[in-house]
Design a protein around this ligand. Sequence first.
Ligand code: GLA
Ligand code: GLA
Length: 672
Amino acid sequence: MNDGSPWPALEHIAYGGDYNPEQWPRETWHEDVRLMREAGVNLVSIGIFSWALIETEEGVFDFEWLDTVIDLLHENGIAVDLATPTASPPAWFFAAHPDARVVDRDGGVLGFGSRGMVSHSAPAYRDAVVRIASALAERYGDHPAVLMWHVHNEYGVPVAEDYSPHAVAAFRDWLRERYGSLEGLNEAWGTAFWGQHYSNWEHVGAPAAAPTTVNPAQRLDFKRFSDHQLRACFIAERDAIRAHSDKPVTTNFMANQEFTTDLWAWAREVDVVSDDHYLTAADPEAHIGLAIAADLSRSVGGGRPWMLLEHSTSAVNWQPRNIAKRPGEMARNSLAHFGRGADAIMFFQWRASRSGAEKFHSAMVPHAGTDSRVWREVVQLGASLGRLAESRGSRVRANVAILWDFESFWAQSLEWRPVQDLDPRERIRAFYERLWRDGITVDFALPGADLSGYKLVVAASQYLLRNDDAANLTRYVAGGGTLVVSYFSGIVDEHDAVHAGGFMAPLREVLGCDVEEFLPLRTGSSAAVDYAAGDGTSHRLDADEWADDLRITSAAVRGTYAEGPGTGKPAITRNEHGRGTGWYVSTRLDADALETVMGDVYADAGLAPAGLPEGVEAVARSGEAGDYLTLVNHSDADAEVPVDGVDLLTGAATGGTLQLGAGGTAVVRLAR
Ligand code: GLA
Ligand code: GLA
């Protein structure tokens, strides 16, 4: 029976990690499976970078070692997430096909000795990935140990854009298909400016490094094209697998970490969404970034349970400072992912490498061995997850959507903007953080999605907004929804051209205002907003970075600039439209300053903060077998949470109040 969970064959939440046994002598494999059993590991990802050891020369395959590993795992009851090794083509491949190397934007050719260094547009690479994927699927497609397929690894890193001749030729074909004619292309790219008009398709190229800034519409299309090329490679491999195997196929995303791929489009192509997530060590509240990644992973899959395919037991090795996880932090991270819909908790990697690039990266079996804090926590986590089996397939429901549009992020991140380093994620994080602290669960959504099920939609960073998507947001509000829009949204169309009618013109009707001129602040200077709250109180809110000179048509002004370039002008507006309300916040407020404004927004939306103790995260999943509230205490203080049910991690009834110790976790099956 498939209950909505993608692993009908697994009886538990999946637990394990990347297993790279080819690094170790065979005696170690036997110790590995013994320890996996001790830790409750039931799924491992294998073969991710093993191409050179499987296809030793073009068309010559050695499956002996892989047969042995898969059989050994199977004998020990451990299922396999079998990878195609196409993120690291062998040395022989590059020797035979030097044209399949990536050319970077500056014209440099990227060499061998790393990973991910191949041109996804090279015909030889396309042929080679289909050959190896077919060979693996033919041999292992029906193997009882193989639960699923892991295609490639993290498409889009380390290289997303390739400027090789193969890519340029493919880009031209892609543009022909998209625009039909050269006139269409000239129009879309606005080539009348700076003398860029094209009269011959052969003259159209990739937006390689040039003397100064390159046509932004061309660059945006190249980002779309590059994403499309990566996806085409995935689809080719997936279809090669499907010819021999009916097991689910995934590829590991990097939600909220990399923006090279449009995960909405990718999620439509995979059988199960999976994500890799690593904490940003420099962020003291990295668990909020984690929550964003988890919610995004769930959202792109339409709410389906998803897999956390990689995270770390402790420190990584690739950030400027790699901070070890504190005791219990690995469990808190894992439970936070689970609470937000993950049905698999996996790590990079099983056993720490002695050699190679990642030897200082933590693992489930650390260099220190099993007499270690990390190992004891790994065993404990396996036992905890083992108690959550009944919750598999249950789903999270959210009343709030924050818009998340990769295409808009790509466009906003191009050069020559009013403020050059406006990171589209910054506003999303601020609004998300407000909602996180208020204990309100969030989905992410595209601006063109059906939003009617949400009480509140936040457009925190929607620089690029298509007219039909703006119409969708307007309809959503007319139908009774509450919309909050933050600054530098609704500015350009899909070609990065400013909307006819001016900045924010497509949102004028729903917001009752538009933007006459941007008034960004000098670095380090601040604005202040006098805000009149719905309860009659007034508040001086700290603001910085940005202000607008707004043109009000029908909106009520709720906040006025008290300092900075906008002094005396409207800063925050509220507009009733149809049966709903559209808010506009024209400056940067942090999560603290947003509290007052969002309090009024919640009132319009019929929402209220959950009233959780500070630092406590609580998210509900609902399924046929029950409703489960996952609680994670990120603070150093013990907390009490009113909740009635049984904590599955301990088996104890809460008796109406859960005592959640500092750093503690619980998964309460709610009394019905
Ligand atoms: C220079 C150039 C103009 C224009 C302006 C913009 O002066 O000559 O074409 O790019 O900069 O400030
Ligand atoms: C990524 C990769 C893994 C490993 C980890 C290290 O997620 O997929 O192979 O390099 O990073 O954090």
